[in-house]
Design a protein around this ligand. Structure first.
Ligand code: MG
Length: 233
């Protein structure tokens, strides 16, 4: 039996493109270096994650703040309030998102395989992450009991206690589990420390870390090929 555990954001769908597109629409400018924009925006995400998960800050406000910090650092023209407007625009774009056809097909294959158990393991506020589960139609492939949202549990990634919880729920040994995620720090280090196998989707082309994942891919094409390699036939 093999467990395959997926992160959601930038793993099952690509959030980065929507984050930049929302900013371009609200500000009416073209972002010249989308990777730099994403790097700054994501760097601001770690700062308030604990407060966000505890429900002390609203997602809309924190994302608005992250946007305005990114605008400020990049010297983009904005007025106070544009941050939350951009956060709203992003949510609007997100409400139309869906999984790629290739990903749907590989999840179908996993769901039909008798010796594979699927799980989701995602960071963030409970309601926000469960909304994405609904919007992406993920309950088609993932049992509700096998969906782990850090905001529900009260522990942030990466923490091996979260991995132990998932192992217990799936009834699998660490070496039988694969973690699939885009964040080396949040998805991959905790899994490696727990003795899991890992596929890192290095979408931002970051330098290779000292402690390597089992498999590193750059984008969806490589991800689909790597996942197909986990199928038992
Ligand atoms: Mg992610």
């Amino acid at each position: 039996m093999t467990g395959i555990v997926f992160d959601i954001d930038d793993t099952l769908y690509v959030r980065q493109d929507m984050i930049v597109a929302a900013a371009e629409e609200v500000l009416g400018v073209k972002v010249s270096d989308p990777q730099e924009f994403i790097s700054i925006y994501y760097a601001k995400s770690d700062i308030n994650m604990d407060a966000l998960e505890a429900g002390k800050i609203k997602t809309r406000d924190i994302n608005g703040w992250r946007y305005e910090e990114t605008f400020r650092i990049l010297g983009l023209p904005y007025a106070p309030g544009d941050g939350v407007l951009t956060a709203d625009k992003y949510l609007e774009l997100q409400s139309h998102m869906e999984l790629s056809q290739d990903l749907k097909e590989i999840l179908d294959a996993f769901a039909e395989a008798p010796n594979i158990k699927l799980a989701l393991f995602t960071s963030g506020k409970s309601s926000h992450q469960w909304n994405k589960v609904d919007m992406l139609g993920l309950l088609k492939w993932f049992d509700r009991d096998n969906i782990f949202v850090t905001g529900d549990i009260g522990i942030s990634k990466p923490d091996v206690r979260l991995c132990r919880l998932i192992e217990d729920r799936l009834g699998l040994a660490p070496s039988d589990i694969w973690m699939i995620g885009d964040s080396y720090k949040h998805d991959i280090t905790g899994a490696i420390d727990s003795g899991w196998h890992t596929i890192w989707i290095n979408r931002r082309g970051l330098p290779s870390p000292d402690i390597r994942p089992d498999i590193e891919v750059a984008a969806d094409e490589g991800l689909i090929a790597a996942l197909a390699g986990l199928l038992p036939f």
